[in-house]
Ligand binder design. Sequence first.
Ligand code: FAD
Length: 391
Amino acid sequence: SLEPLASDFYGYESMLTDQEKTALAAIRTYLENEVKPVVNGHWEKATFPHEIVKGLADLDVYRFGWDETKPFDNSAVFRGFVALELGRIDASVATHVGVQNGLAMGAISVTGSDEQRAEWLPRMAAGEIVGAFGLTEPTSGSDSAQGLKTTATRDGDEWVLNGEKRWIGHATFSDITVIWAKDTADNQVKGFIVPTDTAGYRATKIENKQSLRIVQNADITLTDVRIPESLRLQNANSFRDTAKVLRLTRAEVAWAAVGNSIGAYEAALRYTKERVQFGKPIASHQLIQDLLVKSIGNITASLGMVVRVSQMLDQGIQRDEHSALAKAYATARMRETVAWCREALGGNGIVLDYDVARHFADAEALYSYEGTREMNTLIVGRALTGFAAFV
Ligand code: FAD
């Protein structure tokens, strides 16, 4: 059964069904017993723990949201709590699930045909096929709605892809990468399922990252990569369709950010109750309590927001600006929170072994990927004012 999480201060988890609580408890147990003990080591070496793919697949974590044969009705609120749980243990592992389940499976589910869903999703849910999502390019990040340079040119029953991608998570070991490219005939963004053993596809790991070191990000080059029409995502006709995927995944990043904050807060609470200075635990000093209370305040406010955004998705009323506000707000509050938690540990706050340092460093990537704070702010600003201030 699910032990209430003390850091879920207002008890939002109590809104889950008994079945969801049982599933979440199993995920929590797996993450605490099998994943938490290995993440600092992998973070230091910048390696990915491949064995967790089977472990997470066995718990159905990749399947949530996308498969008609799902074992129970998993709501967006439940999926959010899963993302929180992943982020609480490790933001890289949360990102891994976000790439597989959210971006790669999401792209196929939202913009693929029935046949494409049936062909790819079950094997991806089982962890047999690892996917990646290639949108960002060396010269196009925030402006990828208009700035993509990768091209797709139709040639009979095939498409020829040329271009470069940057930052693509999983791409050093993915079996397929969804590549977004501009159709040279109509200049619209289309999506392609690219098997990574296709001639002309090359991925190179980005080294020396100081955030989310467990996530394997890559630069990709596509040189005359030939893809059959059957691997073009049949319902991706413009960037608006790509954005439908991002709207869903942004809300999950906001949930993972709450989880990353909770991971840092729990480590700080534990440490400050044990560490003695001036003859008593530092948790009994007023200014340390202030850091902890400000942290739980940020966590609780952000959690209330992401719960509501996911409820809106479940009700079919969530719009781009709703998930954009949650992503911008929760990641900004996370950045404050992990800094306060690091501060509460003094010098040990910068040492990997004390757990806070990893959450602190990982916050930076969550803050910037899937739309920076500025881009998500401008999405909300456009909705509020009617003026698009991007350019
Ligand atoms: P830029 O777009 O160059 O932005 C730099 C700064 O300028 C930012 O602060 C930005 O907010 C600001 N800025 C830009 N335009 C404006 C404006 N109009 N007004 C105000 N400020 C502006 N991409 C994928 O496709 N797939 C992945 O799997 C993936 N994984 C990632 C994993 C990690 C760890 C990271 C760091 C990135 C990943 N990305 C991925 C890319 C990510 O989405 C981009 O980094 C992000 O969109 C920002 O783009 P950029 O880094 O090119 O920054």
